[in-house]
Design a binder for this molecule. Sequence first.
Ligand SMILES: NC(=O)c1ccc[n+]([C@@H]2O[C@H](COP(=O)([O-])OP(=O)(O)OC[C@H]3O[C@@H](n4cnc5c(N)ncnc54)[C@H](O)[C@@H]3O)[C@@H](O)[C@H]2O)c1
Length: 451
Amino acid sequence: MNQPRMKQILTTRRGMMAQSAAAASAVFLAPAVVKASTIEKELHVAAIGVNGMGWADLSSIGSHSKVKFVGFCDIDDSRFDKADQAFPGVPHFHDYRVMLTELGDKVDAVIVSTPDHMHAPIAMMAMKMGKHVYCQKPLTHTVWESRQMRLMAEKLNLTTQMGNQIHSATEYRSGVRAIQNGVIGKIKEVHSWIGVQGRQYCNRTDRPASAEVPAGVHWDLWLGAAPERPFAADVYHPFKWRDWQDFGSGALGDFGCHILDPVFTALGIKAPLSVHAVNDGTTKEVWPGPETVTFEFPGNERIAGATMKLVWRDGGLKPPRELAQLPQGVELPSGGSLFIGEEGVLILPHYRMPTVYPADKFRDVTLPTVPGSSHWHDWVDAVIAGKKTTDGFEYAGPLSETVQLGNIAARLPGQKLQWDTEQMTFRNHPNATKLLTKSYRSGFEVEAVNS
Ligand SMILES: NC(=O)c1ccc[n+]([C@@H]2O[C@H](COP(=O)([O-])OP(=O)(O)OC[C@H]3O[C@@H](n4cnc5c(N)ncnc54)[C@H](O)[C@@H]3O)[C@@H](O)[C@H]2O)c1
């Protein structure tokens, strides 16, 4: 049965305060003339962050025949052009709080494609209002936020999807199927890696001098939940915010939700027992350079031992080549995962088809090919049908929690942190437990979900 259009479920005090606080800085360029309709006929979507990955998201979601955009929100006037050309006449907003409050029931679903630090404040407000959410990866900026996002989506029975689109591609689906078919037997260990490193975009370890905020950029709204700091050119907005702990999630946050996704799906793992990072040292400002983060997961029917090691490397570090049993002349890809099984190894490169080794042993084995689909359209179809996706927050929450647990370890390198996922605490490290969450600037708070 189709899911009914959800009513505005909670009108929070924070939401009301946000509305009045934000109204002054919002620009409403066109009247909202969208009439209500049923989602089976037309899904009314609002997009927050409309350029960069936001453009990929809204153009892909907007190519679904049942999607109609009812609001575009971006903090930078110069970044609406592409969205406007493709979908003319959609009202503009600078502040998501104003947009959601003003449009209210005219919005069925939202796309959140902002920098990481704003995913949870925006998505949680939207979900509280009963909106279905497509949210970029990593799902959130902290472990605690990922937990709240999962709980909220479950509590309100919303259709959600994290924006790690390769989840639905033939490459990752085929790798997952091969592992689940037992082509290399039960899994003993996994190594995952990516070439980029945590502070490579701004290439700094300290804060730059401030600069004048460009016309059309709403810096205060860009900062949102993060502590105040002055604008600086070419280090934060756009794109380079990734390097900074206050806004981004480093190389692990940027690529972990892609590359660890088929590992999670294939093996059905959820929460690690421990996490331990080694890196070149971090400052309180930026993420580390090359790092190795080792997670230990509990065993299950797809895992060979009582526990399994999952080792993440970035910044040019790769697993030892000999682990892959590669033939002469074949090298490890620049990013991906190496599954070490009881019967052989499977390499699933980042966005390429899997291969198995040793080559002689698997010469006559044909790996499965699973067709891909549009991650974006899958979400739209699921919203309309009142169904769940395979990458909803019930799945993406624990994956993002794990990624951000790695980032806590990155800030406490050399220490093995024992994780208790039920209690949401590190058994052996109160200071690590404090890093599960952060403070929010007034007006952008994320509230805990009460059961
Ligand atoms: N799935 C993928 O392959 C992929 C690729 C790139 C980025 N991403 C993710 O997408 C998100 C955005 O990354 P990006 O590289 O596009 O960043 P970006 O800095 O280009 O920001 C995207 C857009 O959001 C706008 N924006 C920033 N803060 C906003 C706010 N508070 N409200 C409204 N609009 C705001 C920016 O002006 C910009 O137009 C991140 O979470 C990133 O991790 C995913």
